[in-house]
Design a protein around this ligand. Structure first.
Ligand code: NDP
Length: 326
């Protein structure tokens, strides 16, 4: 038997509870993994508190991230004992996820554990760090270098935003972090932010173009924050958009695109192809500062996760939460 968080829906109500499960109940897949660590992402918190639309069918084990050891494999690439990780691909949405002691999934979703990182570090990075790296790669592909000018990052107190600040600073960029929590100033500076701005700095003024201030941006918030970011990027700049913590809409004109040649690059980590995942994880293993990463991490037991989820959605959790299963 193994422990799992299970999201159930009955009479229109979503509940998430700890349950004991028989391994025979695991879904189909060619690799069975003893999960050692998972993590708590915004999407996991949405799944646990609201169910749909993140959860496509019930009952569902949440957890878009997992790291652990292969127990059984029908995939020739993996053998029992191999250390592996998986993020996305519908884990915790369509396929039972990582917030459980065991998982069974297709081998093509698994990556080998990156050399030089502990299981706690790998899940501390998790989807958030992986997505932040995809955003950094998008800025680079847009032609940005540290010499281009400052980069603005929204939602910096959270997982993706904090990882983006840390990675950009490590790569030599001048990073300006935007947060709704003034008390995080010292923490964000310690992650490498050269400056910290309040959320109001990205409040809309109603103008199609704002003063051009940033060479690029990484946005996890969406809505007016993303719109203002696009409108305040300098000529030829790139904005990578990956989140909706502030909303799904985008109240924007075409002015930044046709007058400043701005590039808006969407980022999806879930269906990211395997070769690009390998590239991003190799870079994470190389570019992460272990001390700064450690300062972002909190540890939690599986039973604590349902209580943490609403606090994460309310924007009260700093950095990343690693969930320990072993
Ligand atoms: P976190 O909850 O860890 O961080 C989100 C941060 O956004 C908060 O800490 C807060 O930062 C800020 N924020 C929250 N609500 C608002 C608001 N209403 N207005 C402005 N800022 C707000 O979440 P994650 O970092 O895990 O995820 C961030 C977003 O990115 C989510 O929308 C998530 O779904 C998305 N995401 C997308 C991925 C993809 O593949 N496209 C992958 C991973 C995440 P502060 O207090 O510092 O302002």
């Amino acid at each position: 038997m193994f422990e799992a968080l299970m999201i159930r829906q009955a009479n229109g109500e979503t509940t998430t509870r700890l349950e004991q499960l028989d391994p025979a109940s695991l879904p189909q897949g060619d690799v069975t993994v003893a999960v050692a660590q998972s993590s708590l992402n915004y999407k996991d918190a949405l799944a646990m508190t609201r169910g749909a639309p993140v959860v496509r069918h019930f009952p569902m084990i949440p957890g878009i991230d997992l790291a652990g050891r292969v127990l059984h494999s029908d995939d020739p690439v993996f053998r029992p004992g191999d250390q592996v990780l998986a993020t996305g691909w519908g884990l915790g949405e369509k396929h039972w996820g990582g917030l459980a002691g065991m998982a069974r999934l297709p081998g093509r979703w698994l990556l080998p554990h990156p050399a030089g990182l502990s299981g706690r570090q790998v899940m501390g990075i998790g989807t958030a760090g992986f997505t932040a790296m995809l955003c950094v790669m998008a800025l680079e592909e847009g032609g940005l270098t540290p010499a281009s000018g400052p980069i603005i990052v929204s939602g910096a107190g959270g997982g993706v935003g904090g990882m983006a600040v840390m990675l950009l600073a490590q790569l030599g960029y001048q990073v300006v972090a935007v947060t709704g929590r003034a008390q995080l100033q010292a923490y964000l500076t310690s992650l490498g932010a050269a400056g910290v701005l309040p959320r109001e700095a990205l409040a809309p003024t109603g103008k199609p173009l704002e003063k051009a201030r940033w060479a690029g941006g990484i946005d996890v918030v969406g809505g007016e924050v993303l719109a203002t970011m696009c409108a305040s990027v300098t000529h030829g700049g790139t904005v990578a958009a990956c989140g909706l913590a502030g909303g799904m809409t985008l109240p924007l004109t075409v002015a930044p695109f046709i007058l400043r040649n701005v590039r808006l690059q969407g980022i999806d980590s879930v269906m990211c192809p395997r070769p690009r995942r390998m590239t991003a994880w190799a870079r994470l293993a190389r570019d992460i500062d272990p001390t700064r990463l450690d300062s972002m991490l909190h540890d939690a037991a599986l039973a604590e996760v349902p209580d943490i989820a609403p606090r994460l959605l309310a924007g009260h959790i700093r950095g990343r939460t690693v969930v320990h299963l072993d």
